[in-house]
Design a protein around this ligand. Structure first.
Ligand code: NAP
Length: 453
């Protein structure tokens, strides 16, 4: 009996852990398809550059792509170069793992003023994503970051870190120059609920203590109502940290930069004549057991607002979508149609399956669940007609799609590492689509340069 052909759309952690599990538990042949010529999704383009330990997971993900039954098919976009019909025709099953690329909107007046940005655009910029169209000139002296999650902490750290501590990372050179010229002095993290309800993890909070000459300012009054006996371990560890910061009144006088936490504050408007001049917030609280505004307002004078209130997935053409949760409707990874039944051969993994939550490792168990469902279904459909993943590559070439395969990615990788060595840095990422495609296709640096102009 021939091996099953499985397509995985998305070469981030969810897609690659799915591929790894598939080849470990079956004789399937797996094509991992990504719209970018470089793999690793969120690890390459989401994890902050000053978190090299987390980025180190790339070594494990790279090994998945080196497996003899896994192929990388980069620079192929679902919805542009291929569609559901194409995948259904060439593969026995498809796992969709395209993640959640965009920030949720804040939904307050003034959100479109110049100087107001989504965190996802800022993160794409500092991580050198080829889609990042904005270049941030950090002229603001005060910025607000809205949201009490780890992405807000990433953004606040990148805004306040010394340029020297970022210089050895893979952060793009143009970003480094912008950070070197930054005028930022104060970053205000605006959290709509309390310190005990925030979604920060302790490890990420502890990173703030490592920032050279950055004071962390917490108002003791914001912590006054917290009763320690009600809290579990990780929350208590967070609260203890906030209490230690609140007790340090020297933080306000930090010479270089300050990060201020504002709990029980929800944004109501971003104001300014022609660009951001302030963020107006309302004090919140719990009234009769319900979270609510108190009608007490104040204004934070900031020239930049970065909204970091969570990510959302986009619908994929031809596939069902649950807009409320921003996921493909599914049961344990089996994609469900309008009639509530599994749509044969369609599966989902990662943030597109469960929503934008959890750390990178969460995707391992998540992928294993999806792969179990897929393998169970395949076992029942062993007499399926022959299909050809090989033909998929041929069809793409006929359509004029310039596939970047694993060898192409290796060329990009080698090129970035060489650029890094030349500048005494870990790696210098290629950030332009044309150059990624050209280096991936094996063109010389000069040819790639002329293509990217
Ligand atoms: P998140 O953890 O879901 O946090 C989103 C925050 O935004 C919450 O505090 C939420 O408050 C708040 N929020 C939502 N809507 C709001 C509104 N309209 N106004 C004000 N605040 C609002 O999302 P994230 O920070 O984007 O992180 C996504 C996932 O990636 C998380 O699982 C995170 O742990 C993970 N991540 C991990 C790392 C790391 O391990 N180093 C780094 C980055 C991200 P409520 O709680 O009140 O809803």
């Amino acid at each position: 009996m021939r091996s099953a052909n499985v397509a995985v759309v998305g070469a981030g952690p969810a897609g690659l852990y799915s591929a790894a599990d598939l080849v470990r538990r079956s004789d399937a042949v797996v094509d991992v398809i990504d719209r970018v010529p470089a793999p690793f999704g969120l690890v390459r383009y989401g994890v902050a550059p000053d978190h090299p330990r987390i980025k180190g997971v790339v070594k494990n993900l790279q090994r998945v792509l080196e497996h003899e039954r896994v192929r990388f098919i980069g620079n192929v976009e679902f919805g542009r170069d291929i569609d559901r019909g194409f995948l259904d025709e060439h593969y026995d099953a498809t796992i969709y793992a395209t993640g959640a690329l965009h920030s949720k909107p804040l939904g307050v007046e003034g959100e479109r003023l110049p100087g107001s940005w989504s965190a996802s655009r800022f993160v794409s910029w500092y991580n050198g994503h080829p889609d990042a169209e904005a270049h941030f000139v950090l002229e603001a002296s005060a910025a607000a970051v809205v949201g009490a999650g780890n992405v807000a902490l990433d953004v606040a750290r990148v805004l306040t870190r010394s340029v020297g501590s970022l210089a050895l990372t893979d952060i793009p050179c143009s970003v480094l120059e912008s950070i070197a010229a930054s005028r930022i002095r104060d970053v205000h993290i605006v959290c709509r609920r309390g310190a005990a309800e925030a979604k920060f993890t302790t490890k990420e909070l502890l990173d703030l203590r490592e920032l050279a000459d950055v004071g962390v300012v917490v108002d003791p009054a914001d912590l006054a109502d917290i009763r320690a006996d009600d809290l579990d371990g990780p929350v208590l560890a967070n609260v203890d940290l906030f209490r230690a910061w609140a007790a340090n009144r020297d933080a306000e006088r930090a010479e270089r930069r300050r990060i201020h936490f504002h709990f029980w504050s929800r944004p109501v408007a971003i104001t300014g004549a022609s660009q951001v001049e302030a963020l107006r917030v309302e004090r919140t609280g719990v009234v009769d057991g319900e979270f609510a505004g108190t009608g007490e307002f104040r204004t934070l004078p900031v020239e930049m607002v970065l909204s970091s209130v969570g990510y959302r997935s986009s619908p994929l053409p031809g596939l069902p979508f649950e807009p409320e949760r921003g996921i493909l409707p599914n049961v344990a990874g089996r994609v469900i149609g309008d009639d509530g039944r599994h749509i044969p051969s369609l599966y989902v993994a990662g943030w597109l399956k469960r929503g934008p939550q959890g750390v990178i490792g969460t995707n391992r168990t998540d992928a294993a669940e999806t792969v179990s469902a897929l393998l169970e279904d395949l076992a029942e459909a062993r007499n399926r007609p022959g299909r050809g993943a090989e033909a998929a590559g041929e069809r793409l070439r006929e359509r004029g799609v310039e596939v970047v395969d694993y060898r192409g990615w290796q060329r990009i990788d080698e090129h970035e590492q060489q650029r890094g060595r030349d500048l005494g840095r870990a790696r210098v990422k290629i950030t332009a689509w044309a150059e990624l495609r050209a280096i991936g296709a094996g063109l010389s640096t000069a040819e790639a340069g002329s293509r990217s102009r």
